[in-house]
Design a protein around this ligand. Sequence first.
Ligand SMILES: C[S@@+](CC[C@H](N)C(=O)[O-])C[C@H]1O[C@@H](n2cnc3c(N)ncnc32)[C@H](O)[C@@H]1O
Length: 330
Amino acid sequence: MVLDATLSVFRAIGEESRLRIMALLAQGELTVSELTQILGQSQPRVSRHLKILADAGLVERHREGAWMFYRVAGRARREESLTAVLFAIAAMKDSGDRIIARDAERFAQSRQARAAQAAAYFEANAKEWNRLRRLHLPESDIEARMVALAGKNPVAQFIDLGTGTGRMLEIFADRYETGVGYDLSHEMLAIARANLEQAGVAHAQVRHGDLFSLPMESETADIVCLHQVLHYLAEPEAAVREAARLLKPGGRLVISDFAPHELEFLRDDHAHRRLGFSDDEVRAWCAAAGLGLERVETLSPSSGERKKLTVKIWLCTAPADVRRLRSRAA
Ligand SMILES: C[S@@+](CC[C@H](N)C(=O)[O-])C[C@H]1O[C@@H](n2cnc3c(N)ncnc32)[C@H](O)[C@@H]1O
């Protein structure tokens, strides 16, 4: 049995394109069309390789609307043979192989192109953002629930990741002593500054920064917020990891985003990458980042609001002894 499973893993991986695909997926989740572009191979060919890898249990896929996402099989399904494959891939990467290095470069370019597309959308729509964000959200209910979930007691440090027009800094303003919002879009930041000034929120500031690697010490925040940001990102789990790094022991991460949906046009017209997230997916990111998923709220649009989407709020907490949990997760 073990021999058969190991043989099927090595048969699947024993081909150059498939080994390259595994090396790429070890860096992060990709769609078939992204893999096609990076490898410079036809879509049917790439799909055939992916099927062989999936049948051998090396990768897993999930369909979301018209897009199919692929990633390395999760830890729960991982055979020892796959762990060995991943070690070999890491060694290959470190050895500076020319083809693997070129693929890694193309992977980075693909991620940059994706981020640039979303950034262009935000720069172009910054002034319209407050109107756009209402299109698909039953907004006032969500804001009230988010603030309620974060608890009644004021906290010292609040951090809003992907702050946009600074709305979260505004609605949480009476809950924190100091607030800081990070965003990559200068247009958004300019509007956030004006909005906060107009709302009289003098104890918050906004800064230019990439939410995947922020210039902030670890364990400084009591509350971190990710409101309607994750569905734009190629690596949402990495954003959750960075948020977890910022949280003090016992701190809380409030995530709000869409439940799984099928509005494909949001990808083309509004730069969305993901069509919502399941509770299980968020729970897995939290667990990997050393956080516990404490509560889930579901806010469905009322029957008169057919164009709006179901929104989720996930409340995640860092354990009081955060270091112990992180070392266990590692
Ligand atoms: C949909 S807006 C949400 C803004 C705000 N949280 C709200 O709910 O109104 C997403 C924001 O995330 C920002 N963003 C996207 N990727 C980012 C990154 N890597 N680092 C920082 N901000 C990012 C965008 O510039 C944009 O302003």
